[in-house]
Ligand binder design. Structure first.
Ligand SMILES: NC(=O)c1ccc[n+]([C@@H]2O[C@H](COP(=O)([O-])OP(=O)(O)OC[C@H]3O[C@@H](n4cnc5c(N)ncnc54)[C@H](O)[C@@H]3O)[C@@H](O)[C@H]2O)c1
Length: 328
């Protein structure tokens, strides 16, 4: 099978490409990435001389380029997106371009080239939940610009399935962690700063809860949906591992044998959602998928990878290591 991956230089896309090629040596992968925030060429350096991997620098909003790439492949997995909520609050423009316009560009091409699209979405489309977990039929309630663009992309995908009978499936996952995640996100940032004995900023009181899934488990779920997901269906992916931010930071400090007084509470992000939670029994029952990695094992592997791959990374001088909302 010839697979077109968009946004494959980012965190989840790069792990997906490594996994799919390792498990299916007869597959070929073409990766298109615009090298925007979150991308890192080093993520896939090991594939540079690989006969079944091709990298194309380009933007998914470039219709002519995308037409050519889709024509050359059997299916497309759309990871490409602006993905950091903080940045979407500071300036949402690029989020609308990549996340909505980019998806629209792909959908328009698929009207004439009938290929399967797996649209990678997020639990954030359901917004903050006080209790219970969102299933595939729950109401969208996105509460930050990033989540709103991801929900918009989903609505577009569904409308094209309904109107033009396109073969699309949607996956929605909870927070991922693992190797190759961009250093501005909570877990890699905490590991790098703790390892350098620097202060670790936590928004608000640190009580925001996310359900953390190891990236390889997410990638396996996407692969199952690619092969066996039903046209027009969506699949929630979660790991039943709800943890608040403060507990995660403390756990990392413990594993690294560092003192808790490195923790520094900083001004909270505006409209910071308290809790996301997904019910993933649909994919567990219909596609026989389940997580394999425990939080302890996944965190150990992540710490090891980040420490070995973050030499010289000086995050404390990055404004995002404190709070961008301080003066607002
Ligand atoms: N990270 C998570 O915890 C998580 C959870 C659920 C869903 N998701 C979704 O998974 C996908 C991947 O997330 P990630 O964490 O790997 O993000 P990331 O920011 O690490 O990577 C995104 C990649 O997409 C590329 N990109 C962005 N806009 C592009 C464009 N217009 N054209 C071509 N390339 C473009 C970037 O250059 C980058 O390499 C996103 O769609 C995100 O919404 C992420």
């Amino acid at each position: 099978m010839k697979v077109l991956v968009t946004g494959g230089l980012g965190f989840i896309g790069s792990n997906f490409i490594l996994n799919i090629l390792q498990n299916n040596p007869n597959y070929t992968v073409t990766n298109i990435d615009a090298e925007l925030t979150g991308s890192n060429l080093a993520n896939l350096e090991e594939l540079n001389n690989s006969h079944n991997y091709r990298y194309v620098k380009g933007n998914i909003t470039n219709k002519i380029l995308m037409e050519k790439l889709i024509e050359q492949n059997d299916c497309i997995i759309n990871f490409a997106a602006e993905s950091f909520v903080d940045r979407s609050i500071l300036d949402a423009n690029q989020f609308l371009v990549s996340n909505i316009r980019g998806t629209y560009t792909i959908l328009e091409i698929l009207r004439t080239q009938k290929k399967r699209l797996v649209q990678i979405s997020t639990d954030e489309v359901f917004g903050s939940l006080k209790e219970g977990s969102a299933d595939e039929k729950s109401r969208f309630n996105p509460s930050n610009p990033y989540a709103a663009t991801k929900a918009s992309a989903e609505l577009l995908v569904n409308s094209y399935v309904n109107t033009y009978d396109l073969d699309c499936v949607i996956t929605r996952c909870t927070n991922n962690y693992g190797p190759r995640q961009f250093f501005e996100k909570l877990i890699p940032k905490t590991i790098v700063l703790a390892n350098q004995n620097k202060k670790i900023p936590i928004y608000g009181n640190g009580k925001n809860i996310r359900d953390w899934i190891y990236v390889d488990d997410h990638c396996e779920a996407i692969f199952k949906v690619l092969l066996d997901g039903e046209q027009g269906e969506s699949y929630n992916i979660s790991s039943n591992n709800e943890v608040d931010n403060l507990s995660i930071v403390k756990k990392i400090l413990e594993l690294l044998n560092k003192p808790f007084d490195l923790i520094e509470f900083v001004t909270d992000r505006p409209g910071h959602d308290l809790r996301y939670s997904l019910n993933s029994s649909k994919i567990q029952n219909s596609l026989k998928w389940n997580t394999k990695t425990t939080f302890n094992d996944g965190l150990q592997k992540t710490i090891e990878w980040i420490i070995n791959n973050s030499k010289g990374e000086n995050i404390s001088e990055n404004t995002l290591s404190s709070s961008p909302w301080k003066n607002s």
